[in-house]
Design a protein. Structure first.
Length: 172
């Protein structure tokens, strides 16, 4: 560190970028290790995240579930470009639906299309456009489509990863 004139924190993140640990995922500027599902009956195990099962979807569409989640740290602003988001947290309902089928939706006439994760909005970029207009008082989910996944079940906001500021950061 002294030879390269790098502080401890920068050295930590540079090392992490150069040699990422197994099971590492980046979610909302948090660096996490999402280990495979562990057997909660084994009382000798110490599980990260109190053993609570959580569900994630990688940017390539693959799914992850884990009940052994360890926080590596909050990524500093200067390293965010080198550690892009690799996954988002999703609900159990969305996980089950995506596990069952990962097909995309092409129903231009579906009233729930703009609230559906599966709908391909690029369809409406051609000369045909949308098939219909959504009524202003439409209740999301009233179409009762078996493949509907509400975008709200795919969390990509700050609430998806429990982030507690470090005691040092809270004091500054």
């Amino acid at each position: 560190m002294k030879k390269n004139n790098v502080c401890y924190e920068c050295a930590f993140w540079e090392e992490l970028i150069a040699y990422p640990p197994e099971y590492m995922e980046v979610i909302n500027q948090q660096c996490l290790r999402l280990h495979p599902v562990a057997n909660k009956k084994d009382k000798t195990l110490i599980l990260g995240g109190k053993g609570k099962m959580r569900y994630f979807m990688r940017t390539d569409g693959s799914l992850i579930q884990s009940n052994d989640i360890w926080t590596i740290g909050t990524i500093p602003e200067r390293f965010i470009s080198q550690l892009p988001t690799t996954a988002v947290e999703i609900t159990l309902k969305a996980y089950r639906q995506l596990k069952k089928s990962s097909k995309k939706c092409y129903a231009r006439g579906c009233m729930d299309r703009y609230d559906c994760f599966r709908y391909d909005r690029a369809l409406e970029n051609d000369e045909k456009g949308s098939f219909n207009a959504i009524p202003p008082k439409w209740n999301v989910g009233d179409e009762h489509c078996g493949f509907f996944i509400n975008i709200q079940d795919i969390k990509s906001d700050e609430s998806s990863v429990i982030s507690k500021p470090n005691s040092n950061e809270a004091e500054n």
